[in-house]
Structures are given as C-alpha cells and as structure tokens.
Design a protein around this ligand. Structure first.
Ligand code: SAM
Length: 243
C-alpha cells in the first residue's frame, strides 16, 4: 500500500477544512491570488479550452483563477466527502468565495465575467480520480492548478515527485499552470484526524518541477500574520508552463 493510500481520504471533513483555512481570506492566500491572476490573465482563451484543478478538495479559488479562460473546468478529487462538497459548492458557491474573486477581478480579463457564480455552475465537472494512478482523468487539459496536494497527501518524497509528474502529464505541452505548496509542513489536522505532509522548500519544488516545465518561477509567500495552519514556515507558489 502506498503511503497516500494508508489514509482514509473519504472521511476528510470538508466543512472543518474550509472553516479552518478559507472562511476568512488570509494575507498569504491573497498574495497567491494576486500572483496567479497576474500570470493567468495573459492566457489567450481559445474555443473549447478545458482546465483542471487536481486534488481540488474543499477549495474553489484555484478554479476561479482559471474560470474566464475555460469552457469547462474539471475538479479531480479522490475523496468522496470532498467530491460531495465540490458538487454542492460548484452548483452555487458560498459568499465566502466572493472575497477571493474580488482579488482576481482587479484584472479586466476576470471582470468581464459578470456572474462568476453562474459561470462556475455551468462550466464545472466534478470527477473522481486517484492522481497517483493517473487513470480516468479526462486528460489532456489546457491549463491546470494543484494546490496543497503533492506535499500534503503523503509523507513520501517519491510520491511528492510522482504527484508533480502526474500533474504535468495531465496538461498539454505549453499549458500554463499554478501549483501551491505548504513550506516545511509537518502535517495537519482536519475534523480531529491527522493528515500527512512532506517537508519541502523552494529548492525541492524547483528540482521536482524543473525538468518537466519551462518558464518556471517558484515564489515564497510570507504568511504576514499568525499561520492559519500549524506546523509550517510559509507557502510556495510555482508558476510556469508544461514542457
Ligand atoms: C490538503 S488538501 C488540499 C485541498 C485543496 N486543493 C486546497 O487547496 O485546499 C489535499 C487534497 O488532496 C486530495 N487527495 C488525497 N489523495 C489523493 C489522490 N491520491 N489523488 C487525488 N487527490 C488526492 C484530498 O482528498 C484533499 O482534497
């Protein structure tokens, strides 16, 4: 059994996870939104363009970053509780996500979308898949995100690297991506259960993504206030294009 498979992802408490991490927009998530929006806004929308958010869990803001450019966004998830949460939230998302959209909407490319809530409901496809297996993913996609998954779903460095390889395999050559990481995480608790992590830094992320990508930029995101999630030193955001 792989290390990732040793955890019972189906009982992941989506509502507790949102309450802990996203009920209030943190300075760190704001910086990530600003940098992702600045990067993605240069994307040329093409007819039929499809995006993917991998290990989407209980977070909508990576998908909001891709929304104006995509006719369809697939939320790939492994956990049945998170799949249920995604089906409910994509059908009509909670007002907490409005603050996240507002950060993106400083750019005309996002503002042009008058009703992002209705657009997401129309364009979202929620799909069950195990990233490590790499099957039934609906690939290839034209743009992608994966936030707090590769380093936060296993204690294995080999699985961290495999997750990044699988993520890049989901995308067409040249596709832009944003991948976020907890820096030096020691794991996290959700709904009274402990979940795993691999402690990674910018050098480890660059080494794992460097040979798979072009135009890679790995930025350190300072928390700016008391960390929302215990046991980590900051966040990292990798932007670039798949080779
Ligand atoms: C720390 S959460 C991150 C959730 C969300 N992307 C975010 O930004 O907050 C890790 C996510 O990885 C998902 N996950 C765990 N194992 C997975 C696997 N083998 N394939 C795909 N997703 C997986 C979990 O269900 C959970 O949603």
């Amino acid at each position: 059994m792989s290390d990732n498979a040793a955890y019972d992802w189906d009982v992941f408490d989506s509502d507790d996870y949102v309450a802990r991490n996203y009920a209030r927009l943190s300075p760190a998530d704001r910086q990530i939104l600003e940098q992702m929006g600045e990067f993605f806004r240069r994307t040329e929308p093409r007819p039929g363009m499809r995006g993917v958010d991998v290990g989407a869990g209980a977070n909508l803001y990576p998908a909001l970053g891709m929304l104006p450019f995509c006719e369809q966004i697939t939320f790939l998830e492994h956990s049945s509780s998170n799949l249920d949460w995604l089906k409910r939230q994509t059908a009509g998302y909670s007002p907490i996500w409005d603050a996240y959209w507002d950060v993106l909407a400083v750019h005309a490319q996002y503002r042009r979308l008058a009703d992002p809530r209705a657009a997401l409901a129309e364009r979202a496809a929620v799909r069950q898949a195990d990233l490590l297996a790499g099957a039934d993913t609906g690939a290839p996609y034209d743009i992608g995100t994966m936030f707090f998954v590769a380093e936060s779903f296993s204690t294995s460095v080999a699985e961290f690297r495999l997750a990044l390889r699988r993520f890049c395999e989901l995308l067409r050559p040249g596709a832009p991506f944003a991948v976020a990481f907890m820096e030096n995480s020691r794991g996290y608790a959700v709904g009274g259960r402990n979940y795993p992590a691999v402690a990674v830094d910018a050098a480890e992320v660059s080494a794992a993504l460097g040979h798979l990508t072009t135009e890679l930029d790995v930025a350190r995101i300072e928390s700016g206030d008391a960390p929302l999630r215990d046991g980590y030193t900051g966040m990292l955001l990798a932007l670039g294009r798949v080779k």
